[in-house]
Design a protein. Structure first.
Length: 389
């Protein structure tokens, strides 16, 4: 027998596995829309859900890193079939390998922290793996500063994952933060100011388009008797005339008939006002720079850092996707190694990445042409396990 959060007794099937945080998952959540705060929820709404550049940068990195082929090997051989590979291939009933890793990389890029939960598996590897949302997780430090537990909270309900009692049920992956011992620093935090500028410029452009892309002008009244103000009846009549005959797409270009000392003064923008588009493009490049995505791949004009698209694509994989995927795969394998007791390494398979095929071909040619190296040394340089005796 087991008890749920409300104290009711329930009967669970022995073979059923479920996330410990599943009972506190909220299907709908509300909150105020924040513009300037730097918390994870506000940055996610402003920089991912409300900004096309941030959205595309996160999606590109997360999808590319989750789709990168992985190899599992130890000091003796590579594994084609292994329980770790089977677990990653189907980590839980609702997700596959790509879905789980994409969610994990997305959380890491947006908040600087990624959390994996191990479910079941009393002996050996866990039965399931689940990604937990970073904005709902809180680290509980002990008297010495080291974490002793993690609290996962939703809607006033909390589940605590205790540490120090065997293998940790939580794998905490975090980015480097120079001023925080417990939480990571995300690219979205570094790009927060650029996101504010880009979103503000987009809103300004929308308001400009709603106003026919320019301030239409001003109606100046010069009365014949020296008066500089309209009477209330004259003012109301002029406003009604403008609303009914000179506003909206239906009346675009319609000539205006002015009478009684009224004069039309057209207005325009100064060159400094028209710099908003350049400011927006500069902010977009700064967002791409913070995430490590070449602006050329995001379709941002005015950037010619790379000679062609292929070179930018290779730099994106070499400088952004590969380091992230390598670090996360190594930490996951070290965590799972505690369950299985095996000395294994999970890492990206560079030979199967099309964007890096040119570099790998050159490396293979150099290594294979080095006659002074033995076969064992060549395999070690290429990251291959030694041949069996």
């Amino acid at each position: 027998m087991a008890f749920n959060f409300f104290g009711a007794r329930k009967q669970a099937a022995p073979e059923l596995k479920a996330s410990a945080a599943a009972p506190v998952i909220a299907y709908q959540s509300g909150g105020r829309v924040a513009w300037t705060p730097r918390d994870t929820g506000s940055l996610t709404r402003a920089g991912f859900q409300g900004n096309p550049v941030g959205f595309r940068a996160v999606k590109m990195i997360a999808e590319a890193a989750s789709a990168m082929p992985m190899v599992l090997q130890d000091a003796e051989r590579r594994y084609e079939v292994h329980p770790v590979l089977a677990l990653l291939r189907r980590p839980n009933p609702t997700q596959g390998r790509a879905g789980l890793l994409e969610a994990l990389f997305g959380q890491l890029l947006l908040s600087g922290d990624g959390y994996l939960e191990a479910v079941g598996g009393e002996a050996g590897l866990p039965a399931e793996l689940h990604v937990l949302r970073s904005d709902r997780m809180a680290l509980i430090p002990g008297p010495d500063g080291w974490p002793v537990a993690y609290d996962y909270t939703v809607g006033g309900r909390k589940h605590r994952f205790h540490l120090g009692e065997g293998i940790s049920p939580i794998c905490h992956i975090k980015s480097f933060h120079p001023q925080d011992d417990h939480y990571g620093f995300s690219p979205m935090q570094a790009a927060a100011s650029a996101v504010d500028v880009h979103n503000s410029a987009s809103r300004w452009s929308k308001a400009l388009l709603d106003n026919a892309a320019r301030p239409s002008g001003a109606i100046v009244y010069r009365g014949g008797d020296g008066q500089a103000a309209l009477s209330p009846d004259q003012y109301d009549r002029l406003v009604n005339e403008m609303e009914s005959h000179h506003q909206g797409a239906r009346n675009a270009g319609r000539p205006m008939l002015l009478e009684g000392g009224l004069d039309w003064k057209p207005m325009g923008f100064s060159p400094s006002d028209m710099e908003f588009q350049k400011t927006k493009e500069t902010a977009a490049r700064e967002i791409a720079l913070a995430f490590g995505v070449p602006p050329m791949l995001l379709g941002i004009p005015g950037d010619a850092t790379y000679a062609n698209y292929q070179e930018a694509h290779r730099a994106f994989y070499r400088l952004t996707v590969l380091p992230l995927a390598t670090r996360v795969a190594a930490q996951i394998s070290e965590w799972l190694m505690q369950f299985s007791g095996e000395d294994i390494v999970l890492k990206p398979d560079l030979d199967q990445v099309p964007a890096l095929s040119g570099e790998r071909d050159q490396q293979w040619q150099r290594v294979s042409g080095a006659d002074f190296l033995s076969e064992a040394e060549k395999r070690a340089l290429l990251g291959l396990p030694p041949l069996a005796e």
